[in-house]
Design a protein around this ligand. Structure first.
Ligand SMILES: NC(=O)c1ccc[n+]([C@@H]2O[C@H](COP(=O)([O-])OP(=O)(O)OC[C@H]3O[C@@H](n4cnc5c(N)ncnc54)[C@H](OP(=O)(O)O)[C@@H]3O)[C@@H](O)[C@H]2O)c1
Length: 443
């Protein structure tokens, strides 16, 4: 990367004035102003509720950052060492070591244009840079697919050594190795399972993800996919391709049209995505039951009840629609086996917007072929890209998309920027971070 570009992206702006400092009244207060309960792992029930209806992830067990001196022994915000000038424009990366100024690296320029932030988003990030911090916006492109890039760009590696905070799509191993002072990683992906290596866990970093940020477009995708089969649009598409006017499949003995409101829907994972699915389908009258890891936290809006994973087998026989919206963890891998697909009623629709490895694809293809299932809506696959010889390709009862159900360029960056800026402020203030990943639970 040209030195000029590097310097242009090392920006230090005027001191932040409206943001509360450490120890101000917002500490211990959730988004909606309700008191947080405790600061331990998020398995504790009854913690405040986040914007998307799931429990706040609270602080880490080792306490919030930014109180007094940091783990690295560097002074916290507001206590510049050796009389660091308040408004100096720091343009040489080496200055961070000299003045102890704190570095946030934003590695968000995705190769896919739909996932790359508009310049105004990056400008907002630069403008939000408080006194004592620098932001380096990486110019090199990164990978936004799945859980993020496998390796960082050379440019990222060249600056990450001084970084305290990193914003990217995932966090590859080489990045961690090159960043001994990193304390907070934020991933613009929701899935972070593959990041949770023993090396990362041992570092005791604060890791936040983008769970919930993709909820609305994916709920709309699920609604569209379910309607595709309930209303027979798959048949209409086939007939149109064949140039045939044929009402028989719709009105003859094999008719299968249904309304959403007569369906019982089972949603596995009632967080950001599952919660939005429950709200959307129940608004059309569906009877939604949820499965969540912590059923004791209750049923989100749109669900008549929730149960734990141990209730799955009992719920499957009455699920006209099964929606998978849970993270891939050791508990959910291969969750929907051939035996569990067998438990679904005839004519059921299966939707997977989570991760491919939750579902036995081969068994699903067989049940579509046999005609037992009405349809499958699949955005994610065990192997991506889906291999050319996958039996799913040829199935007219399968609606397949290449892991794009969450694409929503404009609204995604509005929500993502708001999350990043709020969390950066919380991080500096020592407040609980939103979307803090429970590294033991795996999401
Ligand atoms: N297709 C795509 O492009 C795309 C985009 C974004 C995300 N995703 C996938 O979708 C997943 C969910 O995203 P999200 O934003 O909804 O995440 P989220 O807000 O963290 O919600 C996760 C939900 O899954 C539940 N869960 C976790 N482990 C479980 C288990 N063992 N058994 C039953 N339920 C379990 C959680 O239960 P509690 O509420 O009790 O904690 C929570 O309700 C992500 O992890 C990612 O893999 C896919």
């Amino acid at each position: 990367m040209a030195a000029g570009n590097l310097q242009r992206d090392l920006v230090r702006t005027a001191p932040e004035r409206s943001v509360p400092e450490r120890g101000t009244s917002r500490r211990g207060t959730s988004e909606r102003g309700t008191p947080e309960r405790g600061t331990s792992e998020r398995g504790a029930p009854g913690r405040g509720t986040s914007e998307r209806g799931t429990p706040e992830r609270g602080t880490s067990e080792r306490g919030a950052p930014g109180r007094g001196r940091s783990e690295r022994g560097t002074p916290e915000r507001g206590t510049p060492e050796r009389g660091t000038p308040e408004r100096t424009t720091t343009r040489d990366p080496a200055d961070s070591a000299v003045f102890g100024s704190r570095l946030l690296v934003a590695d968000l320029r995705a190769a896919a244009p739909a996932w790359t932030p508009p310049e105004r988003v990056l400008d907002s990030l630069r403008r939000a840079t408080p006194d004592g911090w620098r932001v380096h916006v990486v110019r090199s492109l990164t990978v936004s697919d799945g859980d993020g890039a496998d390796r960082p760009s050379d440019e990222t590696l060249s600056v990450i050594g001084d970084a305290e905070a990193y914003l990217g799509f995932g966090a590859p191993r080489a990045l961690l190795e090159a960043a001994p002072g990193l304390r907070w990683i934020h991933s613009a992906t929701a899935g972070v399972g593959s990041l949770l290596t023993p090396e990362l866990r041992a570092r005791e970093l604060l890791l936040t993800n983008s769970a919930g940020v993709h909820a609305q477009p994916i709920a709309e995708y699920v609604l569209g996919g379910v309607l595709h089969f309930l209303r027979g649009l798959d048949i209409a598409v086939r007939l149109q391709a064949e140039g045939r006017w044929d009402r028989e499949p719709f009105v003859g003995a094999g008719h299968s049209a249904r309304e959403v409101g007569e369906c019982r829907v089972l949603v596995v994972g009632t967080g950001g995505i599952g919660g939005a699915v429950g709200r959307a389908l129940s608004a059309l009258g569906a009877h939604c039951v949820g499965i969540r890891r912590r059923p004791e936290l209750g049923a989100p809006t749109g669900f008549i009840r929730v149960v734990g994973l141990d209730g799955l087998d009992d719920e499957l026989p009455s699920a006209d629609v099964l929606v998978l919206a849970a993270p891939l963890t050791s508990q959910t891998r291969a969750l929907i086996s051939a035996e569990r697909l067998d438990r679904l009623p005839p004519g059921a629709i299966v939707v997977n917007v989570a991760r491919g490895a939750l579902l036995d694809e081969q068994a699903l293809a067989e049940q579509l072929e046999s005609g037992k299932l009405r349809g499958a809506v699949l955005d994610v696959f065990e192997e991506e890209p889906l291999p050319a010889d996958s039996p799913l390709w040829g199935k007219s009862r399968a609606l397949l998309s290449p892991h794009v159900s969450g694409v929503s360029p404009r609204r995604f960056w509005e929500r993502e920027l708001a999350l990043i800026l709020d969390n950066w402020r919380r991080y500096r203030a020592g407040e609980p971070l939103r979307n803090l990943v429970d590294q033991r639970a795996g999401y």
